[in-house]
Write a protein that binds this ligand. Sequence first.
Ligand SMILES: NC(=O)C1=CN([C@@H]2O[C@H](COP(=O)(O)OP(=O)(O)OC[C@H]3O[C@@H](n4cnc5c(N)ncnc54)[C@H](OP(=O)(O)O)[C@@H]3O)[C@@H](O)[C@H]2O)C=CC1
Ligand SMILES: CC(C)=CCC[C@@H](C)[C@H]1CC[C@H]2C3=C(CC[C@]12C)[C@@]1(C)CCC(=O)C[C@@H]1CC3
Length: 356
Amino acid sequence: MCFCCTRRPQITTGAYCSSKRCAVIGGSGFLGRHLVEKLLDRGYSVSVFDIRQSYELPGVTFHQGDLCDNQALLSAMKDVSLVFHCASPAPASDDRKLFERVNIQGTHTLIEACLEAGVQKLVLTSSASVVFEGKDVKNGREDLPYAKKPIDYYTETKIEQEKVLVLEACDKEKGFLTVAIRPHGIFGPRDPQLVPILVDAARRGKMKFIIGDGTNLVDFTFVENVVHGHILAAERLRPDSPICGKSYHITNDEPVRFWDFMSEVLVGLGYAAPRYHLPYTLVYGLALLLWLLALILRPLVSFKPTFTPMRVALAGTHHYYSCDRAKRDLGYKPVVSLKDGIERTVQSYPHLRQGA
Ligand SMILES: NC(=O)C1=CN([C@@H]2O[C@H](COP(=O)(O)OP(=O)(O)OC[C@H]3O[C@@H](n4cnc5c(N)ncnc54)[C@H](OP(=O)(O)O)[C@@H]3O)[C@@H](O)[C@H]2O)C=CC1
Ligand SMILES: CC(C)=CCC[C@@H](C)[C@H]1CC[C@H]2C3=C(CC[C@]12C)[C@@]1(C)CCC(=O)C[C@@H]1CC3
């Protein structure tokens, strides 16, 4: 008998849940919606839980609510055995309380609700940035220590979410299995951040400069590869598999020069590629100064600098990660190359083209 239907987990007996009903928390967002679409293709029925509803699809039931609301979560988890958690405030925000409330309190509430509803598997969308401190990371593996000085509140709360809340909740005896996927630099159609921020900077004439010598390598990951990693993890998450309670980097496995990637997207959309070099330390210092100024003046005037220290660090350092562990344990291999991913992304933004 499929134990998920009895709502009584018996994972230690080796019974394996074959239910195809799952929930995607944050399913209205960029990654969440791509994940929902692929799950539907694979025959799952999906319960989406999100603070906002952004679409309707056959096979999807939508539950609008806040991650911190236990009752709302419970109604979305009826008959669900597998949950994907990809809700988060946008990283660009500097609202510490919001990150703490959603990423920490919300994730805690979600885990409690999963246990109460008899959910057996939780797949968290974490981030490779949990080990990033603004300094070079080259081919970083999952055994790198978590950042001691995270670069922002987003990263700080993603660390606690992954380490303390989700991975430690993995408990074979209780029949609750967890795994964390750590993507990096997700891009693709409908991304609300990377390409729009880039184009906005280009339109305001801020994309003329390359920070540093332009040779720093970074992972950008096409969204369908991230989705593929999540589904592999979910389907391999069983009591006898080595993936329980572990984290996995999921990237395109093709580190690219940050500025080459930016240039390819910009040129694809009809904008000029950045050309003039500025020294990294100078730009970082200026960004730090601006950030401090914004902080001091906050009670009087509010301004948001384009160049934050975090963005400068992301644009001027190496940060790419090994996905050997995902290849070994999940059988992961990117399904879309970087070249094809960039082409499909550029095609999907006709409204952001130069002159549109
Ligand atoms: N994009 C990237 O490059 C990377 C993303 N990640 C992780 O991937 C996940 C998905 O990111 P992405 O798709 O880009 O982000 P999105 O902002 O597009 O999606 C997140 C969704 O969660 C919703 N949400 C926010 N707060 C709550 C809440 N309190 N209750 C319910 N829903 C809420 C958001 O709604 P609203 O938009 O209204 O806030 C949004 O619909 C996140 O966990 C992120 O940390 C990791 C590495 C890289
Ligand atoms: C790989 C990774 C983690 C990417 C994250 C995406 C964003 C952080 C970048 C997307 C567009 C980038 C960008 C800049 C910094 C990093 C991004 C926001 C700049 C602000 C860096 C300074 C500039 O010269 C302008 C850039 C605009 C685009």
